[in-house]
Design a protein around this ligand. Structure first.
Ligand code: GLC
Length: 501
């Protein structure tokens, strides 16, 4: 049984390189490739947003003008385009021009807020219809975050006795429980929040559609739930991190699992990275110093290999812990350091770093236009890497920083707690600097410890080498996913299919 090839469909609203606002898109690029390399049949479904150019990615239209009956009040039609992720995994794009794929004239091109429940309801129904039309016969559909949350709901309600779909299992993967629906759940008045058990409102009832909580319905109805780290799987069952869904998750707690994400070790490799001024590996750290000097020069910072460079490459949002940094910025900049910020996000935070780099041009440099090449430039040039997130389901940046030899300073939550352990200079154990209370003093203390240890060059280089040799390659989590898929399929067959006969 365990040697059987699985037939897996993944559905998500973001897939790198086609569309991306965060780490989920990276996962959707790497995980399907890793599953495929293990010999399984894998395909991915995602929307064709208006800004994705079919020519650029060699997409071909394979289904034209398919009618989709949403309910008795509405019918739309959609097309399906086929492309590939890095020439390895087929990806099917749903194009529905009236709601899903059109341009809403917002700067955030993927999400619109108010219209997103309607758009992703259509996306979910179209994925189901296209699976059947293409006769993909999946054993399991892995649904990523709220934008795909109605797929498990439909499988367990209106398709429960459908001959084609009744054996199809579903796994709901939570990347960030803050996001549950098109609008922010906390802005919906208490009395209007749905419990997720009633039928989907008519499509003509705009307000009703807007109130659907996709994540809640997914958690109620899917066979199995997982998140992107073991720690976050525990955290979301508490009030502090549960975003009001902790009770529901707790009720299903023996079906909640955590699998830490990986990064693609072929893509994220300082020994082959063509974007670096000098490639390096753990045996050749002199070349890492060349990258540091280049980064300092590029940013107009004093070129000095002995000054510790502290790097940042995450989104500039509250989640990532910027409030703590704001509170310690002055004492931090009085220390012998250079701070390099790369990231986009909340305007207030962008303005803050702009202002600080004008005030202290020799100590802090801010690049507020994110791009992939600059990301590895910062990782390669930095000695220390900051990720003090208030919460962090997995976090990929700390894994990349280890790989590039920048030692992470992190808050002990979610995936950060699962991947980074505190350095002890006496025993030379640990791979980073960890603080437990979400508090600016604790962050400053952790950075100070990192800076003091950085002075002991030999031990520091050992710490760097150890981090670079640790593996967080996708191969490891991909194996865990296959096991979880099998468990999910078995669960589905035992609890649903058998019940029917
Ligand atoms: C979300 C989470 C992040 C995680 C990523 C990929 O962006 O906030 O922690 O690494 O999804 O799963």
């Amino acid at each position: 049984m365990t040697t059987n090839k699985l037939n897996v469909v993944l559905a998500a609203s973001e897939v790198d390189p086609f569309s991306k606002t965060g780490g989920m898109a990276d996962v959707l690029r790497s995980l399907p490739k890793a599953l495929k390399q293990m010999g399984h049949n894998v395909s991915v479904f995602t929307p064709l947003y208006n800004f994705i150019d079919p020519n650029k990615y060699n997409l071909t239209k394979i289904i034209k003008n398919k009618q989709l009956i949403i309910d008795s009040s509405a019918t739309v039609s959609f097309d399906v385009w086929r492309g590939e992720i890095d020439g390895v995994v087929p990806v099917f794009f749903i194009e529905e021009k009236k709601f899903l794929s059109r341009d809403y004239g917002q700067d955030k091109k993927i999400y619109t807020g108010n219209f997103d429940n309607a758009r992703f309801l259509i996306f979910n129904l179209a994925v189901i219809a296209a699976i059947k039309e293409l006769d993909l016969k999946p054993d399991i559909i892995q649904c990523h975050d709220w934008q795909t949350g109605l797929i498990p709901y439909f499988l367990h309600t209106k398709l429960k006795t459908d001959n084609y779909f009744n054996k199809v299992a579903s796994l709901y993967t939570i990347h960030n429980l803050t996001f549950q629906m098109g609008n922010n759940w906390w802005e919906i008045p208490l009395e209007k929040r749905e419990d997720g058990t009633g039928p989907i409102p008519s499509f003509s009832n705009q307000e009703g559609i807007r109130l659907i909580n996709f994540a809640k319905r997914a958690i109620r109805f899917t066979d199995i739930i997982n998140t992107v780290s073991e720690r976050y799987a525990e955290e979301i069952m508490t009030k502090k991190f549960g975003n009001t869904l902790h009770h529901l998750l707790k009720q299903r707690k023996n079906r909640v699992f955590g699998i830490i994400n990986g990064i693609d070790y072929a893509d994220w490799n300082p020994a082959t990275d063509p974007g670096l001024v000098a490639q390096y590996d753990y045996n050749n750290l002199a070349n890492k110093t060349k990258n540091k000097l280049y980064l300092q020069k590029f940013l107009g910072l004093p070129e000095d290999p002995t000054i510790p460079v502290i790097g940042w490459t995450s989104r500039l949002t509250e989640q990532k812990g910027i409030e703590l940094i704001i509170k310690i910025i002055e004492p931090l900049l009085r220390m012998n350091i250079q701070l390099v910020i790369l990231g986009e996000g909340t305007k207030r935070y962008e303005d803050f770093f702009k202002k600080m780099s004008k005030r202290h041009p020799k100590k802090i440099a801010a690049m507020l236009n994110f791009d992939n090449r600059k990301e590895t430039m910062v990782l390669a040039g930095a000695d220390i890497f900051l990720l003090p997130s208030r919460f962090e389901p997995c976090g990929l940046a700390q894994l990349k920083s280890l790989r590039y030899g920048a030692i992470p300073v992190v808050h002990a939550v979610g995936g950060l707690a699962d991947t980074i352990s505190d350095y002890n200079p006496k025993t030379e154990s640990g791979n980073g600097f960890v603080f437990k209370a979400y508090d600016p003093y604790d962050l400053l203390a952790a950075i100070t410890r990192a800076l003091e240890n950085h002075k002991h060059r030999d031990k520091w280089l050992k710490l760097v080498r150890r981090g670079m040799r640790q593996s967080y390659d996708w191969k490891i989590p991909a194996r865990k996913y296959i096991k979880l898929f099998r468990k999910t399929i078995k669960y589905h067959l035992d609890h649903h299919v058998k019940n029917q006969s």
